[in-house]
Design a protein around this ligand. Structure first.
Ligand SMILES: *Cc1c(COP(=O)(O)O)cnc(C)c1O
Length: 402
């Protein structure tokens, strides 16, 4: 991330690190009594893991969270200190490296406890583990029926000096659906599973269950630590619970491209594969050099919104692998003019949420899928930042990606 951005690039995803820091601060105000874990899995939801992890740290995130151990090890390899936790392990995973890198490792079942204790024995030092309870998500984590066995084995391993149980934690299924009965049920279950573990000798440093919607709307879920992901990137977890502005958040990613071609077209011209769009009369067409290889959803064919020359246009016909077309209705922007797919939304451009609705998905998927072929350009607007390093750096897919 040291090269200058070329004056014109095919496409770019600008990442506003000042906005990210401001979002972290806003989220910390929503949960003032809790520690903050910045979730940067999946290349920070497409925003670039290392720059985002650093920015979150600067704004007060004392924990960094990833899904895979490889992601967490990459955070450490970039020289980022402090606590780093990862939770998606599979048998044969890099336990020993994780112990030596001082990671906190989630353990959801006996196979994982067996592997981590074996690695701790080899490493000659204890592993920091956090026991994950399945309180009703029905995905990863230990179900209540299996909890006594896991807790007893973890306590025994701790007495042998092989592990330190640093946390007890869980994850919500429906925290973004206000009033969903599973929220209260999961909280009750979590409290019971935590109490059981504590009664049997676990002394966790942190107990945690809150994701973005929990952090924003459910103070009773904050416990010792909150783990927001999507909200840190300035996107509401669900339009149902509010807009980013409602929560004091600002979208961090702005995706744009240079028009590759503008041309006059006659009426009756079939546009893009399958001819699902036919020009209704003489018009102008603009070619946007982004496609599903770049993460533009093919499901947004005929529906995705784009801002060109101050006007909202719509994807005409199919999104192809590398490009799509918009009908410019006779306007004549020139090749090289900017097409903005999404951004914060305050300069007329669509938002990632608009694309999610156009494609029948969630905004998480829109930003996370933006592909490796799109350079991330880090901007740090000094006007919005109180700790900017003033850098406008481009990351062409090397350093910050795993
Ligand atoms: C992804 C993830 C989060 C963050 O979820 P958001 O809805 O993006 O806030 C928190 N905890 C776990 C276990 C996750 O996998």
């Amino acid at each position: 991330m040291t090269e200058r951005a070329p004056a014109k690039v095919r496409a770019r995803a600008e990442i506003d690190l000042a906005a990210l820091r401001a979002n972290v601060r806003a989220l910390r105000e929503h949960a003032p009594g809790a520690a903050f874990m910045a979730v940067v899995k999946a290349d920070a939801y497409g925003h670039g893991m290392i720059p985002c992890a650093r920015a979150a740290r600067e704004a007060g995130a004392t924990w960094i969270g990833t899904a895979t151990p490889e992601e967490a090890l990459a955070v450490r390899a970039a020289g980022i200190g402090g606590r780093v936790m990862c939770w998606l392990w599979t048998p044969g995973g890099p336990w020993r490296e994780a112990i030596e890198a001082d990671l906190d490792m989630s353990v959801s079942g006996m196979w994982a406890l067996d592997e981590v204790t074996a690695a701790a024995r080899e490493a000659g030092r204890p592993a920091r583990i956090q026991l994950k309870a399945d309180t009703g998500l029905g995905r990863n984590g230990c179900l209540p029926a299996d909890w006594p066995e896991l807790v007893a084995a973890a306590v025994a391993a701790e007495r042998e000096g092989l592990v330190t149980v640093t946390g007890l934690w869980s994850h919500f299924a429906c925290a973004d659906e206000p009033g969903h009965p599973s929220i209260a049920a999961q909280l009750t279950c979590f409290r019971e599973m935590v109490s059981f573990a504590e009664e049997h000798g676990v002394r966790p440093e942190v107990r945690h269950i809150a994701n973005s919607p929990g952090t924003l709307t459910l103070p009773e879920t904050h416990f010792d630590l909150v783990r927001p992901g999507i909200a840190m990137y300035g996107i509401s977890p669900s339009p149902e619970i509010g807009t980013p502005e409602d929560f004091g958040l600002r979208p961090v990613m702005r995706l744009s491209a240079s028009l590759a071609l503008v041309k006059h077209a006659p009426g009756g011209l079939g546009v893009s594969y399958g001819h699902h769009y036919v020009t209704p009369g003489a018009t102008t067409l603009g070619l946007v050099p982004l496609g599903y290889a770049d993460g533009i959803p093919r499901h947004a064919s005929g529906t995705g919104p784009v801002l060109i020359g101050g006007k909202r246009r719509t994807v005409a016909g199919r999104v192809a692998m590398d490009q799509f077309v918009v009908d410019l209705g006779g306007d004549e922007p020139v090749a090289g003019d900017e097409a903005v797919l999404f951004g914060p939304g305050d300069r007329g451009e669509p938002t990632a949420e608009d694309w999610a609705q156009a494609a029948g998905t969630i905004a998480y998927e829109i930003v996370t899928r933006i592909g490796a072929r799109v350079p991330r350009v880090y901007v740090d607007d000094a006007d919005n930042a109180d700790d900017t390093d003033g850098a406008d750096d481009v990351d062409d897919g090397g350093a910050a990606r795993e």
